[in-house]
Design a protein around this ligand. Structure first.
Ligand SMILES: C[S@@+](CC[C@H](N)C(=O)[O-])C[C@H]1O[C@@H](n2cnc3c(N)ncnc32)[C@H](O)[C@@H]1O
Length: 289
């Protein structure tokens, strides 16, 4: 499945009022859904787009070749948390967090319990620690902490115990094996909601060190945001949104949130794109002087 950009109209509407809007940083290129619309809607804007996944950048270099040739798009394979020291300043910056649909749907990437594959979950396959290593080598207590802190899993100790018991027999190698272990440990409670959902999310956040990179990037990005420029952040679960909300409050000396209330997808979008259901958008505007 290709990636449908979430909250696309809302993103464009928040970018529209930026005065003298000339440069845009898409920190999470993915399949370029947002980048494409920004290039189309704002013909005078130049876009720099980042992604830590080489597959995303490889895709962009082919599919967006004409924009690159025209000098309107630059694609960079990097982690956004180390980009902030660049010389460039941007009038608009977007972070659309989490994974893209192609990452989730490719069994080889090991993100999903619906598609059995090697237990991996690295957004950048060159990173050192995979989900398999964490699941098979971290202590029971460390695993319980991961599930509790990153996935809000209430029975995190029960899951960690089940993993520890199972790996004594043989290493846990695939997403299918892990999801079965979690399913047996927690049981089904809600129709249509796989009991491994939050544990998989927690592991993914841990493997990719997502919270730490996000916090670092927000600080860096505010330094390279032009006066009057806007930073837009789309998150996909409550712990992440809470972090963004609180960070924005601590940055009051630099500017202010554009609106207090979080922006959520319309009912129509949620029906058309079920993956958008948990999306939350917050926008921060850098003070003009
Ligand atoms: C939800 S997708 C973005 C989808 C994109 N907005 C679109 O419409 O096609 C998130 C992307 O961010 C990338 N990503 C996540 N964390 C990152 C990081 N720390 N640095 C750079 N890219 C990151 C992922 O590899 C993934 O491709």
């Amino acid at each position: 499945m290709q990636h449908k950009p979430v909250l696309l109209n809302e993103v464009l509407e928040f970018l529209r009022p930026i005065e003298n809007f000339k440069s845009f940083l898409d920190a999470t290129f993915g399949r370029g859904g947002h980048t494409h619309e920004v290039l189309k809607e704002f013909p005078h804007v130049k876009v720099t787009a980042l992604d830590r996944d080489p597959a995303a950048i490889g895709y962009g270099k082919v599919e967006f070749a004409s924009f690159i040739q025209d000098g309107r798009l630059e694609l960079i394979h990097t982690n956004y948390s180390i980009y902030g020291d660049a010389q460039n300043h941007f009038d608009g910056i977007l972070m659309d967090l989490g994974v893209s649909s192609p990452q989730l749907d490719d069994p080889k990437r090991g993100f999903s319990f619906y598609n059995d594959g090697p237990l991996d979950m690295r957004m950048n396959p060159d990173d050192s620690v995979s989900a398999k290593e964490i699941v098979n080598t971290w202590t029971e207590e460390e695993l319980a902490n991961v599930f509790y802190h990153y996935g809000d899993v209430k029975k995190s100790f029960r899951v960690a115990r089940a993993i520890a018991e199972n790996r004594k027999v043989k290493p846990i190698e695939t997403t299918g094996e892990l999801s079965k272990i979690i399913e047996r440990a927690l049981g089904w409670h809600r129709k249509g909601h796989h009991p491994a959902t939050e544990c998989f999310l927690a592991l993914r956040i841990c493997v990719n060190n997502e919270f730490e990179h996000m916090e670092k990037a927000i600080h860096n990005f505010l330094n390279i945001l032009s006066p009057g420029g806007r930073l837009l952040i789309i998150t996909f679960h409550s712990a992440e949104d809470r972090k963004v909300k609180n960070l924005f409050l601590t940055l009051k000396n630099l500017g202010e949130p554009v609106q207090k209330k979080v922006v959520k997808p319309s009912r129509e979008e949620q029906v058309q794109n079920p993956r958008s259901r948990s999306a939350h958008l917050r926008v921060f505007e850098r003070a003009k002087s």
